[in-house]
Design a protein around this ligand. Structure first.
Ligand SMILES: Cc1cc2nc3c(=O)[nH]c(=O)nc-3n(C[C@H](O)[C@H](O)[C@H](O)COP(=O)(O)O)c2cc1C
Length: 183
């Protein structure tokens, strides 16, 4: 992969230090030292409610948390959504982040829409026993959203765990984490 990698890790689960974060930090630990990492918890603070102003009202510039999140997204070469499986989908904070893309892409002055095709998107996911068919909707939501923006979906790192810490028993997921991001 290219130099100047800057990965934005977006935590979206409802508890800090959970299985998904542990798995993502394991994958991040294998990154070369020149890869820049930014970590954001999408729940703390939560992005503002998304308002659909496509037809009628004009979108104003993003403010506060949304502006910070947009700036971090723009600075990143890689967006890593770190998401426990919640009801066969992405947790609400991750989905809300994707909804805000619909705002940002409509403001040419942000450069967001023009920049997205150069970005790579990844998923790190923990679940407690769902089948591949039950996991696929969460993965497809991120994959198709990334591809809609012209970004490249790079794949998913999936671990099995329920209570915090259980991910450390999923040897297959830990081994996959160690080689998830190419050197
Ligand atoms: C609201 C909620 C919904 C969940 N839905 C699913 C689900 O659909 N399938 C599944 O396998 N596990 C489900 N789980 C279990 C979590 O995915 C699992 O406990 C995971 O390890 C949590 O990750 P974390 O430790 O990073 O928070 C759900 C948990 C919560 C709190």
């Amino acid at each position: 992969m290219t130099a100047h990698r800057h990965l934005l890790f977006l935590l979206s689960g409802g508890r800090p230090g959970g299985n998904t974060e542990t798995l993502a930090r394991r994958a991040a630990a294998a990154l070369p030292p020149d890869a820049v990492q930014t970590w954001r918890d999408l729940s703390q603070p939560l992005l503002p409610a998304f308002h659909d102003r496509r037809h009628g009202d004009r979108y104003g510039p993003p403010e506060g948390t949304a502006a910070a999140c947009l700036a971090e997204t723009m600075a990143a070469s890689d967006i890593v959504v770190v998401a426990p499986l919640y009801w066969y989908g992405l947790p609400a904070p991750a989905k809300l982040y994707l909804d805000h893309w619909s705002h940002w892409m409509r403001l040419p002055e942000t450069g967001f829409k023009a920049a997205m095709p150069a970005k790579r998107v990844w998923l790190v996911l923990a679940h407690s026993g769902s089948t591949p068919d039950q996991i696929r909707p969460a993965e497809d939501c991120l994959r198709f959203s990334a591809e809609y923006m012209g970004a490249r979906f790079m794949g998913s790192l999936i671990g099995y765990a329920n209570a915090p810490g259980e991910i450390l028993s999923d040897a297959g997921a830990l081994a996959a984490a160690d080689r998830f991001f190419p050197a």
